[in-house]
Design a protein around this ligand. Sequence first.
Ligand code: SF4
Length: 219
Amino acid sequence: MISNKKALEMIDVIADMFPNAECELVHDNAFELTIAVLLSAQTTDISVNKLTKNLFQKYKTPEDYLKVDISDLENDLRTIGLYRNKAKNIKKLCQSLIDQFDGKIPETHKELESLAGVGRKTANVVMSVAFGEPSLAVDTHVERVSKRLGICRWKDNVRQVEDKICTVVPRERWNKTHHQLIFFGRYHCLARSPKCDVCPLFEDCREGQKRYKASLKEA
Ligand code: SF4
């Protein structure tokens, strides 16, 4: 693993590449954001945005989701993966909001994680994006990028990745860094075809160097 100083230098380069990175899930409030993040599991933000364009017109409150049959809600979600499970979790989540939180999205990690379908990653996104609380959610892009660069070890789990990045990056930058690492993974260091040939981190990147040496052998 590289030093914390080197890791921060790399993250600074990424920050310069994507200074305006932000949440790409379209939403108007904390409730819509929570639903959108829940829907985004194993699905692209683009697919979720296509779906929520109509969904958020039809369902505006937790009560709206509880009024319809589960089969109708499943039908509304069927363009995205795991839609049956997601429909079930949305129903449960909405019931909990009404029963325990006055119909509103709670503002603590613990309460958020008590909701159906909401794990640490979703809670971190909601705390960060909806409530401005410093949090760093680790999604597939953040995990892949931080491991490729050697900021984290390949064997680290998502919680270890989160802890490591939060150690390296000053707390006031956590929210922005989360989006910048996602953008870097989504638009530059892609899972299948990272743009190593034009990457400013190539010289210091263990994955980039490995891929380069492998390409020389193949040539
Ligand atoms: Fe990703 Fe390649 Fe850049 Fe490394 S060199 S960060 S693998 S794009």
